[in-house]
Design a binder for this molecule. Structure first.
Ligand code: NDP
Length: 500
């Protein structure tokens, strides 16, 4: 019997007791892993164990795939109408709304993000996403194609079957929603692995899936490690498609496993080193505020983090002065305190990785304008950090740090900044700040990135495509585009009487 997780929240932001059983969610039930082993879930605020969850083995992945296939063949896939799927997804969205505070509290406890951001961004956007795709479930259609009068030719967009989904720890609930939404709308069944660092909202969601009435086996959630459970998913012979969000390094492994197993279809949403470009004529106060939000939102653990801030030479000094002050004013601390903007980094591993990047910047001769140290002595808190005096050979300029660490770089003109901004292996997102729309749009079009923001940053919508150029990924999430990842297109040719 899997154990139960019980926690009493008594915080300024949320008070209440949460209690639910944990375990692997297979065929609508919570079960122990086949090896009976567990994974500790750590509170990043103090490094203490919150609870432990079951660890899935490759054998558990096999069991989950089997029940998911059975559900696909009997109660889901082409056996459930789009309207049925839409109704269930709509119920799920309502239940998420009803449990929004609890979901946000779990996310804050487990990930370290603030309750306010979790509630107003992660949970709210996750509900939007499920609701949005509930609307699509009965609108996934093919086309009738005119060929000759002797033929009726049409396409069907059929669900793929059992799909695998592997998600990270930076937006645990939202990444789950982005993956479940289009896959369910198209009629697929799912085997999903959350990050072992942040499994709590995924497990809570399993309870809501049952309450909404999804048939057993349609969605299966396996907590486990990447190297075993994740690898078993990406190399499984009966999983026809895998969707992954995480590092470029692991993205490569996923593609390799897919290629070496059954050539499953792969979509990847990977890292970034996004440029944030501020022209001389930008509204300086707004540019400073957005630049801070760009890099420090979610503690810098955002794939689109505007980690390279390019500032035109005419305003560079004034921008830097104000940006440094703004950074210094950021409140770092308890995720549940209303005034906190930045909580702890998600894990000790991540904390150490970020601190080693900060050290490498110092060693390479970059100047720390603000921050640059650990904050406090307990938990994984890091001071919001800004470097200047950098060059393109430095690791802190080229590599994804995934922490509250930005570099500020001076540029001369449009050509100069486009060249520097595109000088990266990544191409996830970019932002441009200027009231001159010609310049803004020209620059946005010349940047090699899947998302270009003009006079804003880190702004997402469930109905707008999201994904990367270059090594930032393959395929698009959100919007109608994500549906293409989850159907197989079949062309049907009907002879209307042509005789041989
Ligand atoms: P990973 O890419 O390692 O993890 C993402 C997910 O993939 C997790 O569920 C992980 O499981 C799983 N995974 C790991 N190895 C494998 C494997 N061989 N096969 C299948 N699945 C696997 O990210 P990290 O947590 O290690 O973070 C490292 C860096 O990745 C960060 O510093 C950041 O730069 C980047 N990152 C980017 C994200 C994005 O949104 N683009 C999100 C998260 C991280 P497990 O947790 O058990 O390792």
């Amino acid at each position: 019997m899997p154990s139960a997780f019980t926690h009493e929240f008594n915080t300024p932001a949320f008070k209440g007791k949460v209690s639910f059983s944990t375990g692997l969610f297979i065929n609508g039930q919570f079960v122990d892993g086949s090896d009976n082993t567990t994974i500790d879930v750590i509170n990043p605020t103090n490094g203490k164990v919150i609870t432990s969850v079951s660890e899935a083995t490759p054998k558990d992945v096999d069991i989950a795939v089997e029940v998911a296939q059975k559900a696909f063949d009997t109660v889901w896939g082409l056996n459930a109408s789009g309207a049925t799927r839409s109704i269930l997804m709509g119920k799920l969205a309502i239940l998420m709304q009803e449990n929004a505070d609890e979901l946000a509290a779990l996310e804050a406890l487990d990930n370290g993000k603030t309750f306010n951001f979790a509630r107003n961004i992660d949970v709210a956007s996750s509900i939007d996403c499920i609701r949005y795709y509930a609307g699509w479930a009965d609108k996934v259609t093919g086309q009738v194609l005119e060929t000759t009068e002797a033929k009726l030719t049409y396409t069907r967009h059929e669900p793929i079957g059992v799909v695998g989904q592997i998600i990270p720890w930076n937006f645990p609930l939202l990444m789950m929603a982005w993956k479940l939404g289009p896959a369910l709308a198209c009629g697929n069944t799912i085997v999903l692995k959350p990050s072992e660092f942040t499994p709590l909202t995924a497990i809570k969601m399993c309870h809501l899936l049952n309450e909404a009435g999804f048939p057993p086996g349609v969605i299966n959630v396996l907590t486990g490690y990447g190297g075993t459970t994740g690898n078993a998913i990406s190399s499984h012979m009966k999983i026809e498609k895998v969707a992954f969000t995480g590092s470029t390094l692991v993205g490569r492994k996923i593609m390799e496993s897919a290629a070496k197993s059954n050539l499953k279809n792969v979509t990847l949403e990977l890292g970034g080193k996004s440029p944030n470009i501020i022209f001389d004529d930008a509204d300086l106060e707004q540019a400073v505020n957005w630049a801070a939000f760009g890099i420090f939102f979610n503690h810098g653990q955002t794939c689109t983090a505007g980690s390279r801030i390019f500032v035109q030479e005419g305003i560079y000094d004034e921008f830097l002065k104000r940006f440094t002050e703004r950074t210094r004013s950021i409140k770092v601390g308890d995720p549940f305190a209303p005034e906190t903007f930045q909580g702890p980094q998600v894990s000790e591993i991540q904390f150490n990785r970020i601190m080693s990047y900060i050290e490498s910047g110092k060693q390479a001769g970059a100047k720390v304008e603000v921050g640059g140290e650990r904050q406090g002595t307990e938990g994984y808190f890091i001071q919001p950090t800004v470097f200047t005096n950098v060059d393109s050979s430095m690791k802190i300029v080229q590599e994804e740090i995934f922490g509250p660490v930005g570099v500020v770089i001076k540029f001369k003109d449009e050509d100069d900044v486009i060249k520097q901004a595109n000088d990266t292996v990544y191409g996830l997102a970019a932002a441009v700040f200027t009231p001159n729309l010609n310049r803004a749009i020209n620059t946005a079009h010349r940047l090699k990135a899947g998302t270009a923001w003009i006079n804003c940053v880190n702004s997402f919508n469930a109905n707008v495509a999201f994904g990367g150029f270059k090594q930032s990924g393959i395929g698009r999430e959100c919007g109608e585009y994500a549906l293409h990842n989850y159907t197989s297109v079949k062309a049907v040719h009907v002879n209307l009487g042509h005789k041989m």
